[in-house]
Design a protein around this ligand. Sequence first.
Ligand SMILES: Nc1ccn([C@@H]2O[C@H](COP(=O)(O)OP(=O)(O)OP(=O)(O)O)[C@@H](O)[C@H]2O)c(=O)n1
Ligand SMILES: C[C@](O)(CO)[C@H](O)COP(=O)(O)O
Length: 407
Amino acid sequence: MTDGSENSSATGEVAVVIVAAGRGARAGQANGPKQYQNIGGRAVIAHTLEMFLAHPRTGRIVVAIHADDHELFRQAAGGQAERVTAIIGGPTRQESVRLGLLALKDHAPGQVLIHDAVRPFVDAELIDRTIAAIGKNEGALPALPIADTLKRESAAGVVAETVSRSGLHAAQTPQGFPYGPILAAHDKAYQLGRLDFTDDAAIAEWAQIPVKLVPGSPDNVKLTWARDIAMAHQRLSSERTHFPDIRTGNGYDVHAFEPGDHVTLCGVAIPHDKRLSGHSDADVGLHALTDALLATCGAGDIGTHFPPSDPQWKGAASRIFVEHAAKVVRERGGRIANADITLICEAPRVGPHREAMTAALSQMLGISADRISIKATTNEKLGFVGREEGIAAIATASVVFPGEVPE
Ligand SMILES: Nc1ccn([C@@H]2O[C@H](COP(=O)(O)OP(=O)(O)OP(=O)(O)O)[C@@H](O)[C@H]2O)c(=O)n1
Ligand SMILES: C[C@](O)(CO)[C@H](O)COP(=O)(O)O
């Protein structure tokens, strides 16, 4: 067997063994082992795998799974790159690692990283640091100095002694090794029945392979207890990008002039030498806005809710239509963010009435005046508006609905 060290280089690909065959007894999840629990929308193991797949130095990735977990693994991490191979792990972490290392034998990688599937917060810098510290015959162990005072418990649940924490570190993964030596160490431990090692740095130590300490990451926690999984979920959910359900609707309307003495625009009666003809008060601005509001939730248009054939709307004040559309939006949980109306006419002049119109709309919609915009333009004497045959209006409304835009 080659010890693989001739394949080691500062830039070569590093193989990865991810151990995921545990049962997660301490986490006690009713719906499956902890590596398949959902955190931030995806399984724990999917986050872990993604970090290694995305790292530019990693090559083949062997994942040791439990024989009962084929379907869970397929659902969580199916469709992964061809360089990911799932194998069946063993009854202990140590045995799962050994089987993972054996599965890489044909590839004879120079270096290997060994990682717990249940450490999903591993990051690229930590992987870099670990790889950089792997020597020709030397392992690398990310670890953090112990911060708490350590106590040994007596059999009676009483402190027996305070243990010096000087020089003590908490070991993390990924642990990095030259491939040949760590496989040989695992083989030897297996053959001698030494099956009690809780990490690979301990096996290396036993096999007299030096292991260099590199700074671990406080974020790189191992999910051990149910609480760890809940906290991981909370952490990822708060980091997640949100896609608020903001929708925009637009509306357009036109009414022709007929003889009269005033027009009603945006709820305000303005003296004029003509009036707008229509079934209701013909408030062209409010009609356009009604359509814009209904459009934000696919609720049809003004005609759907107030058919012109219905005599009860004859001469009706158009604020009824706007207030109804605002109610439809609110019943669906929507909050009106703003409304913008453009009136297109040669006359009457809108400017002097803008404030009154804004106040009227603010009341109708139940939103502040700074969320309402009323603009006017002439049509430069072009077309039917330019010939003063009628008035047109365009409206836009934005509404924020509860939840997020679905994927
Ligand atoms: N027979 C085993 C036991 C553990 N592991 C893996 O080793 C990592 C660290 O182990 P640990 O946190 O102890 O996981 P479990 O053994 O699943 O947990 P528990 O001891 O609570 O049952 C986990 O990714 C786990 O899936 C493994 O591959 N094979
Ligand atoms: C390998 C390890 O992550 C180092 O901290 C840890 O020992 C694995 O967990 P276990 O509970 O000891 O199996």
